[in-house]
Structures are given as structure tokens and as C-alpha cells.
Design a protein around this ligand. Structure first.
Ligand SMILES: C=C(O[C@H]1C=CC=C(C(=O)O)[C@@H]1O)C(=O)O
Length: 417
């Protein structure tokens, strides 16, 4: 990978007359009509959305998890659950970066075809383009198989049997479901809606040739390197609905969820051990709210300036994905089980995504792609999974997927009204 080029700040043509959401729409419209990849996101608890646009799709095909060091290229990582020709691992180089909190300008990173594309982009923006209908990228893969209640509960029973037989300790089964898009559906409006609904989530909308278009609001950090030089990750597992009157403080957890989450925490500790790192902070497990759900979460932090592990973020990322919150334990046995029995292609669901060195060098924010949907021209494919343990009840696991599907799915209903 090439070194980080220095960004140039460019005034946004006619930006002062436009709302930032309209500017985002224009930049997306440019990317889509030029067949280029684009990513939009809003960080947890942040006020503004950001955008990364690449001037070349070929350059986005990396095949490798991103490098998180400050000297590495800046861009947006979009990684599948399983890297394959069907679902390529992407790293969208940040040829253009736009922060809707600073709408007068955008950044340009000059690599490859940048000069030519930049003048094309300027002309496009100056011409006040019609952005009413956008042709989002569509995955070349067929829509995945969807599991009925009977099929999913059979998968859960199989998972429990594999645990009983000692083949795996925990496995996270999942399913997809298809829902027709309301005629008035608008992906950018849905992206806005998710931001308003879930201020603490990482909200994203990614559209790339070969991968299709994905929208989601995830609560799970996979790997972060903060501006203060701290590496962070979390063990998030165990689910119960946030029913009226219930609060995080009052939640009571069953043995099943406690064990399920403890396995994820133990897996993270085993990754630190593999790297021979002993100095880490561990806080939790605590109950946290994620939309209409509660989870158990343990937070891990490493102060990078106090330990001799300069590439810890990159090394941990390679060890963590896919974590036992989306695959299982032991990792390979759980992944083999899923490959054999899950019966559909997860694609980018339970992969990871987020900005790296963007906008600030040395800062990376990567999240597990949960509570998400794939958008196709007339339908949305929604995805959800549940961690199984020896005590799993199949119908209850189905119910849990139904609840998780509603997190992102809630935005579809707003277009029906
Ligand atoms: C796999 C998902 O959630 C994971 C994260 C939190 C809680 C989980 C659980 O309780 O099973 C899952 O491990 C999903 O949302 O599809």
C-alpha cells in the first residue's frame, strides 16, 4: 500500500446555498453515476455525518484487513464476514473526504486518477445536478436464502447438539430475511433516520461496485485507536428486550447470557495473550442499551504509549475478526459449523467497517457490521444472529433475531406512513 498523500482542501462549489444533507446527496450522486464506491457514516454520539469517496474501484480492492498505523493510507474499510471473490474485502481510499459539520470545504487526496476525476467532480457539482433518483450499486450475488421459523430452529438445535458433543463451545447462528422496499424509500433519508433514532450507534451507508449497498446502525466496536493513543475493543453479547419500565441498572441476566458474553471476553484476553500483552484495562461486564435492546459489555483498553506494541491495533484486528460475538468458540470449529449448516451467504453482515486515518492520522474506528441491511432495487435484505450455548431454546433464539431485525428494519416502516 502506498504512503499517505497530503490532502488538499477544496471549496465546495455553491456549498453555501445547500444544506449539508443535500451536499452529501450530491457527492453520492456523483459517485453513483461514475460507478465509484462511496461510504457515509456517523460516529457514535457525533453530531455530523462524514463521507469518503474513491476515484477508483480497483484501488479499493485490498484483500487484506487494513493497516491501522498512522502512516497507512486513509480511507474506509468495508470487510465481509468471510473474504471471498463473491464478497471482496474493500478499503475505499479517501480521494474525497467531506464532513457535514464543515460544509464549506471538502478534502482531496491526490492519488492515481485524482486530477481528472476532481475536475469531473467540480463540473458535476457546479451544474446543480438532479439528485432525485439515485442508482445505488447492487451486489452481483443473488439474494440470499432466507430461513423460515422451522429452518432456523432446526439450525439452532443442530448448534446446541454440536455444543453438547463438544465440537464447539459457542456458535453464533444467523439468518437473512427479505422485505419489499416501500415505493417512497430513500436510502439517504433512511440514513438520516437511523442517525436520529440511534445516537449512540455507528450509523453507516456504504455503496460499492461488487459489494452492493449496505445500511446499518451497529452498537459493537471491533477495534479503535483513539486520538489519545488508546486501543479499544469490547466483548458485546447477551441480549434482552428493553421493555417499558426496564433500565440497564435493573436488568437481570440468566446464566446463559452471562456465559455467552464471558466467552467473548475470554477470547479477547486470549488475543492479548497471543501477542504477549499483559497491560490492559478491563471494565465490566455492564449492561448497555442498544436501541430497543440490552446487551452485556466488557470494555478493554490499552494505552499504546505505555506499552512496546506500536502495531497493536493492526495485530489485534487480524486476531479479532470474526470475534466470538459473531462466529463462536473455538473460532475455526464455529466457522466450519456455520459454513456447513448456516445455509446462506452472510456477505458483509458481521464483517467490519469504518474509517481509518480519516480524517486524523493515527485514529481508526472499526465496528462490527450488525443491525444492518443490504439494499437492492426493490427490496431490503435484513440480517440478525444469536449466540447459542448449551442452554439455548430454539424458539427464543428466533424471537431474538426478530427483535434484532427491528433495529435497522424500523426505518422501512417510516416510509409506509
Ligand atoms: C450477532 C448479532 O449480535 C451479536 C452482538 C450482541 C449480542 C449478541 C447475542 O446476544 O447473541 C450477538 O453476539 C446480531 O445483532 O446479529
Amino acid at each position: 500500500m502506498s504512503q499517505r498523500p497530503r490532502p488538499t482542501l477544496v471549496p465546495y462549489p455553491g456549498g453555501e446555498q445547500l444544506a449539508p444533507t443535500e451536499q452529501l446527496r450530491q457527492l453520492v450522486a456523483f459517485a453513483l453515476q461514475a460507478d465509484l464506491p462511496v461510504a457515509l457514516w456517523r460516529l457514535p454520539n457525533a453530531a455530523h455525518a462524514q463521507l469518503c469517496l474513491s476515484f477508483s474501484w480497483e484501488e479499493a480492492l485490498t484483500g487484506l484487513p487494513p493497516n491501522l498505523e498512522a502512516s497507512a493510507p486513509s480511507g474506509f474499510a468495508f470487510f465481509p464476514f468471510r473474504d471471498s471473490d463473491h464478497n471482496p474485502a474493500l478499503f475505499l481510499p479517501a480521494n474525497v473526504f467531506f464532513d457535514s459539520g464543515q460544509p464549506a470545504l471538502f478534502w482531496v487526496n491526490k492519488t492515481g486518477a485524482a486530477d481528472f476525476r476532481l475536475s469531473e467532480l467540480r463540473q458535476f457539482l457546479q451544474a446543480s445536478p438532479d439528485t432525485a433518483s439515485l442508482r445505488w450499486h447492487q451486489s452481483p450475488q443473488p439474494a440470499p436464502a432466507t430461513a423460515s421459523l422451522e429452518e432456523y430452529t432446526a439450525l439452532v438445535r443442530r448448534g446446541v447438539a454440536a455444543i453438547e458433543q463438544g465440537e464447539v463451545q459457542k456458535v453464533v447462528s444467523s439468518r437473512a430475511t427479505r422485505q419489499l422496499l416501500p415505493p417512497s424509500f430513500d436510502a439517504l433519508q433512511a440514513f438520516e433516520d437511523l442517525q436520529a433514532r440511534y445516537p449512540q450507534a455507528f450509523v453507516s451507508l456504504v455503496s460499492a461496485p461488487g459489494a452492493g449497498t449496505w445500511l446499518g446502525a451497529t452498537p459493537e466496536v471491533l477495534a479503535e485507536v483513539t486520538p489519545e493513543g488508546t486501543f479499544r475493543t469490547m466483548a458485546l453479547a447477551g441480549t434482552q428486550p428493553l421493555t417499558p419500565g426496564l433500565t440497564a441498572q435493573k436488568a437481570i441476566w440468566r446464566q446463559k447470557e452471562i456465559e455467552e458474553q464471558a466467552l467473548v471476553a475470554r477470547y479477547i484476553v486470549s488475543c492479548f495473550k497471543q501477542l504477549r500483552l499483559r497491560e490492559y484495562d478491563e471494565i465490566g461486564p455492564r449492561t448497555v442499551v442498544a436501541g430497543e435492546l440490552l446487551h452485556l459489555r466488557t470494555d478493554f483498553a490499552v494505552h499504546l504509549r505505555q506499552v512496546p506494541f506500536p502495531s497493536l491495533g493492526t495485530d489485534m484486528l487480524r486476531l479479532l475478526h470474526p470475534t466470538s460475538a459473531v462466529g463462536g468458540m473455538p473460532r475455526q470449529a464455529a466457522l466450519d459449523f456455520l459454513q456447513q449448516y448456516e445455509g446462506y451467504d452472510r456477505a458483509y453482515y458481521s464483517g467490519f467497517l469504518g474509517p481509518v486515518n480519516l480524517p486524523q492520522a493515527g485514529v481508526a474506528r472499526l465496528f462490527v457490521n450488525l443491525r444492518c441491511m443490504q439494499l437492492r432495487p426493490t427490496e431490503a435484505i435484513l440480517y440478525a444472529g444469536t449466540g447459542l450455548t448449551i442452554d439455548s431454546d430454539p424458539e427464543r433464539e428466533w424471537e431474538e433475531t426478530e427483535l434484532k431485525l427491528q433495529t435497522a428494519g424500523a426505518v422501512l416502516a417510516t416510509f409506509n406512513n
